[in-house]
Write a protein that binds this ligand. Structure first.
Ligand code: G6P
Length: 367
């Protein structure tokens, strides 16, 4: 049944391995030959999206990290200015709502108290409309939003969110493409639409790295801290990798946009501080490489999850994990997976309660 571990040791591992399938389900029926079907967001979506001049995205936890990635996509693919904020902050400040602002909530459960309160707050203000991207049909968030797009992750039991996050990312990429389309983007996004179709296959290739990541995880079991680095849309992916490690292994982890390293965290780097870098082959790669040199020079041990085409060899203090080549826009989704697997294997080594980490709840329905 849907709530059995299906032969996996933990729900979290099962849910990590379901990602190819649930991403395919989230794309199902939402792509045309070369474009996203805008009515996937509801019958009124096309007319509402035409009026969008700004986007405000509100969420908590892992869902907030998905929103942070979406900002890069919406600004790049649709040219629409986007702000992202955690619900618990948003709901208590004097928010300025410019004309034509779409309010977007992201939530696996659709019942997170702060996110729901933020939607109710927004409903009292002059937004163009609200959209919920959510995994639970009929949840409060879904019922109270103008438009909805359901992620098709299925029930997620592990408290640390995995498949809900990657399906949110897919949904948000659909949103960026849909906003781009109503704003006149035409053929230029066809290769990305094709890339989305091929994504479930790429995810399967990344999942096959499981054994290699299990090997790497041994280097972390005795450590007390870890630093995650990413640039651009991979900064939020680094944040999510750090959150996963914190949540289930109880190792203190922080994430930084790699360019900020020199403004503080470099002072912490020594041989006891493993540094994990996400290095897709994008325009920021050369800059990231020089950030990694700064770490190496301080004796830090480096773990680089890198595009297979990058020239970088494993040596004593540098461990390179090769990730299948993927287009720039899809890379944040793909690079999430090795970070989930790393956190999972470190937690198993440490013997924690992976599916039910201490002090945390799957859904936080009180403030
Ligand atoms: C809790 C969960 C997280 C989740 C967050 C937001 O903290 O432990 O995994 O990301 O709530 O939940 P939501 O259901 O709104 O996505």
């Amino acid at each position: 049944g849907v709530t059995s571990k299906g032969g996996y040791r933990h729900f979290m591992l099962k849910e990590i391995h379901e990602q190819s399938q649930v991403i395919a389900a989230t794309l199902e029926g939402r792509l045309g030959d070369h474009q996203v079907l805008v009515n996937s967001f509801g019958a009124d979506a096309a007319s509402l999206f035409e009026g969008v001049r700004q986007v405000h995205i509100i969420a908590c936890g892992t869902s907030y990290h998905a929103g942070m990635v979406a900002r890069y996509w919406i600004e790049k693919l649709a040219g629409v200015p986007t702000q992202v904020e955690v619900a618990s902050e948003y709901r208590y400040r004097e928010v300025v709502v410019p004309e034509g602002t779409l309010f977007v909530t992201l939530s696996q459960s659709g019942e997170t108290a702060d996110t729901l309160a933020a939607l109710r707050f927004a409903n009292q203000r002059d937004y163009l409309g609200s959209l919920a991207i959510c995994n639970v049909p009929g949840s409060s968030l879904v019922r109270e939003s103008d438009l909805t797009l359901m992620t098709q992750a299925g029930p997620e039991i592990g408290v640390a969110s995995t498949k809900a996050f990657t399906t949110q990312l897919v949904a948000l990429l659909l949103l960026a493409l849909a906003l781009g389309r109503v704003r006149g983007a035409n053929g230029e996004h066809a290769p990305l639409v094709q890339g989305l179709r091929e994504l479930p296959g790429v995810i399967n290739q990344v999942l096959a790295l499981d054994g290699e990541i299990e090997q790497l995880s041994m280097a972390f079991a005795e450590k007390h801290h870890a630093l995650f680095l990413g640039r651009g849309a991979h900064f939020p992916i680094a944040l999510e990798g750090a959150l996963k490690l914190k949540e289930i292994s109880y190792i203190h982890a922080e994430a930084y946009p790699a360019g900020e390293l020199k403004h503080g965290p470099l002072a912490l780097v020594d041989s006891e501080m493993p540094v994990i870098a996400v290095a897709p082959n994008d325009e920021l790669l050369e800059k990231l490489k020089s950030n990694l040199q700064e770490v190496r020079a301080r004796g830090g041990e480096l773990f680089v999850f890198a595009d297979e085409s990058i020239r970088m060899e494993t040596n004593e203090h540098l461990h390179v994990l090769r990730v299948p080549a993927v287009s720039e826009a899809l890379a944040p989704i793909v690079y999430t997976i090795p970070l989930q697997l790393l956190a999972y294997h470190v937690a198993v080594l440490k013997g924690t309660d992976v599916d039910q980490p201490r002090n945390l709840a799957k859904s936080v329905t009180v403030e």
